[in-house]
Design a protein around this ligand. Structure first.
Ligand SMILES: Nc1ncnc2c1ncn2[C@@H]1O[C@H](COP(=O)(O)OP(=O)(O)OP(=O)(O)O)[C@@H](O)[C@H]1O
Ligand SMILES: [Mg+2]
Length: 287
């Protein structure tokens, strides 16, 4: 049997025994705080722990996860609208067993698709349900309509910020907006580029306190990632730091954070609404 046929058979077997797939959206208020690097290396950290993970680039127009991984995707989401193209054709193999779907630069088009095409696109994604344990959406910065819809439709939102005041202020704006749309939304904080654990804790405590006081909302911290020159080195080499510099501070933080993530059990983790739930919600928001 050819490699490709073998892979397809394995995929079919996996999808015949669906287990819930968790949908996680990674976002931030301010741009450039490290969402894409976090999404990529967090995804790889989950894989190291045996969780099958797909990374989905939904950054509008400025998608660059492929550049971080040093791959050139041949197909993207919109190819699903072409006849004879299935979701397996648009899944790209990334580094370290990570699979990847490129959103394509015209991601905003999704909002303008006529109903039949939107249905086709979403139906084509259904086979991923049960195939992956986790699908991570890496969004662009800020509060675009599309990112907000992804966040509101996911099982969980991971909000990345740095300890710098403008990033914290913008992160709070995201929390406030999401809370106004869904007071029960699950948001977890990642403080990136910390110089000490204390700085990370102070930053997440500050945000959690403000959210509690003004919104009566509980926000939990997922952890911190060290400010580490090896991140930039890895970016320049177009390789994930977790694979290229596994002993760096940033890699150690990611592993610690993945451990905490898998240990902690939020309601969304216990009962993910899965890809079906996600698609139903996203359709609702689009229409
Ligand atoms: N933990 C870190 N330590 C040191 N530098 C970092 C760290 N995380 C990110 N950076 C730096 O920040 C840059 C931007 O990171 P990244 O592209 O992941 O941000 P982003 O939030 O996805 O940006 P955008 O908003 O444009 O999508 C990286 O190229 C790297 O140089
Ligand atoms: Mg990015």
């Amino acid at each position: 049997m050819s490699d490709q046929a073998e892979q397809l058979r394995e995929r079919m077997q996996r999808t015949n025994q669906p287990r819930p797939t968790k949908l996680v959206t990674v976002t931030s208020g301010k741009g450039g705080v490290g969402k894409s690097n976090f999404s990529l290396n967090f995804g790889l950290g989950l894989i190291e722990k045996g969780h099958k993970t797909i990374l989905f680039d939904v950054d509008l127009g400025l998608a660059n996860l492929d550049v971080l991984m040093g791959i050139s995707p041949k197909k993207h989401l919109f190819h699903l609208l072409e006849p004879d193209t299935s979701v397996w054709d648009i899944l790209e193999q990334g580094p370290g067993d990570l699979e990847f779907i490129a959103g394509g630069s015209g991601f905003t088009q999704i909002m303008q698709l006529e109903d039949s095409k939107l249905d086709r696109l979403f139906n084509q994604l259904q086979p991923l349900h049960g195939y992956a344990d986790t699908i991570i959406f890496d969004t662009g910065a800020g509060l675009s309509k599309e990112s907000i819809r992804f966040m509101l439709s996911s099982d969980e939102v991971i909000l990345v910020t740095t300890p710098e005041p403008p990033a914290i202020t913008d992160a709070y704006a995201v929390i406030k907006m999401l809370h106004s749309r869904n007071p029960d939304i699950k948001i977890r904080l990642v403080i990136n580029r910390v110089t000490s654990e204390r700085e990370g804790k102070m930053t997440s405590d500050k945000l959690a306190m403000v959210a509690k006081r003004f919104l009566n909302m509980d926000i939990h911290s997922l952890g911190y990632v060290s400010d580490d020159p090896y991140v930039s080195k890895a970016v320049k080499q177009q390789r994930p730091f977790l694979l290229t510099y596994p002993e760096s501070q940033a890699s150690r933080s990611i592993r610690r954070l993945v451990g905490q993530y898998l240990q902690s059990s939020t309601e969304a983790e216990a009962h993910p609404s899965g890809l079906k739930g996600f698609i139903a919600k996203l359709k609702h928001f689009i229409r």
